[in-house]
Structure formats: C-alpha cells, structure tokens
Design a protein around this ligand. Structure first.
Ligand code: ATP
Length: 197
C-alpha cells in the first residue's frame, strides 16, 4: 500500500481536497483532529504537556483548549514547544493507522509534514497550492478571525512556494483551475502507481 502525505498552508484547501479523496473511497488520517484527540486522551502526552506548560491546561481532567490556545497564541516559542511535544505522537499514531489500511493507498493530511521532518514516512507527497491572498481571505471567512491573526499563524509555516517545490505533485486550488478533475487524475495516477509496486 502506498503512503501518501497531503500538505499545504493554512486555508490552502487540504481538508477540501481530503473530502474529495474520501468520497473516492480513500481513507484519510487527519493529523489536526487526531492531535486534538491524543492531547485529550494519551496519558503520556498529557503528562508531557502538564510538565512543559502547567497543570492548568487540564481542568478536571479535561483539556482546556481555550486556555492552551491563549498560551500559545502570539508566542512562537510556546507554539513550537507544543508542536514538538505533540508531533512524535501523531507521527507514531499515523504510522500505526497507515499499517491498518487495506486500500491501494491511504492519505495522511497534515499542515506541517516538512516542518516536523516527517516527509520520510511517505511514498508520495501531494501539495495543495493557493495564493496567499486567497488563503487569508478563506481563513478569515471560515474561522471568523482577522488578517493579523491569520498572518501570525502563517508565520510558523514554511513559505508556500518552497513547500510546493518539495512535493511530488501539486494541486492548484486557486478557484480558477477546476479542482475536482485534478484530484481524479491524481487518484488514477496513484492507483496505477500502487499497482505497479
Ligand atoms: P487549515 O490548514 O487552516 O485547516 P485547509 O488547508 O484544510 O486549512 P480548507 O479548510 O479545506 O483548508 O479550506 C479553507 C476554506 O476555504 C474552507 O472554508 C473551504 O470551504 C474553502 N475553500 C477551499 N477550497 C475552495 C474552493 N476551491 N472554492 C471555494 N472555497 C474553497
């Protein structure tokens, strides 16, 4: 089975692309969602977060997402620290999820594949590209946030143009080029690649 990474910056359209792959019957591991679950349930990770941040991150045994977000917001060092604690867990969890899949290929969707140094896990990495102005606009609309906050979140990611050069194939999601036909063509290519392995 082929292991596929799906990446791209904030608001590029990774989740949108992932949904189309899922509708084609391809299983998708969503690293963001799984990270939140692990932070709430994995005893080892919970201990690490409490140790490096504070006991206050968990209130009555439950992850206080709003409190944690307020601690890492606007603090690059703390955000990097949190990511460095969580990434090894999603990497391990994603690997064991991949092993359980029975299809020709399966996808892990993650914003920080290159940033976390996990590119070696994959046979093929797909990038989703959208121009920065469009990504900012989409994220403001989706998260009901403002430009400054989106820009701050973007600062933590490798520049899009560099990231796309590192990918094996790039889907253009600029709302000019049709997205679904690009995904279907890639699906066929990945099925053929899986067959020839
Ligand atoms: P993040 O990393 O922030 O989670 P993402 O890369 O997963 O973002 P999406 O959530 O898929 O991005 O897309 C961001 C927003 O833009 C969503 O509201 C989505 O519906 C919208 N969007 C994405 N692609 C398109 C498109 N081709 N046409 C119209 N809207 C789109």
């Amino acid at each position: 089975m082929l292991k596929i990474g799906l990446t791209g910056g904030i608001g590029s359209g990774k989740s949108t692309v992932a949904k189309v792959f899922e509708s084609l019957g391809v299983p998708v591991y969503k690293a963001d969602d799984e990270a939140k679950k692990l932070m709430a349930t994995d005893p080892q990770l919970i201990d690490l977060i409490k140790k490096h941040f504070s006991e206050e991150v968990y209130k009555e045994g439950k992850l206080d997402k709003a409190y944690l977000a307020s601690v890492v917001f606007n603090n690059k060092e703390k955000l990097n620290l949190l990511n460095s604690l969580v990434h090894p867990f999603t990497i391990e969890d994603g690997k064991s999820w991949m092993k359980r899949q029975q299809t020709s290929y399966a996808i892990k969707e993650a914003a920080l594949i290159f940033e976390s140094g996990s590119q070696g896990e994959f046979d093929f990495i797909v990038g989703v590209y959208a121009p920065e102005t469009l990504r900012i606009h989409r994220t403001i609309q989706r998260d009901k946030t403002d430009k400054e906050r989106v820009r701050l979140r973007m600062q933590n990611q490798i520049k899009e143009e560099i990231k796309m050069k590192l990918c094996d194939e790039v889907l253009i999601n600029n709302e000019q080029k049709l997205l679904v036909p690009q995904i279907i063509a890639l699906h066929e290519k990945l099925l053929a690649k899986a067959k020839s392995q």
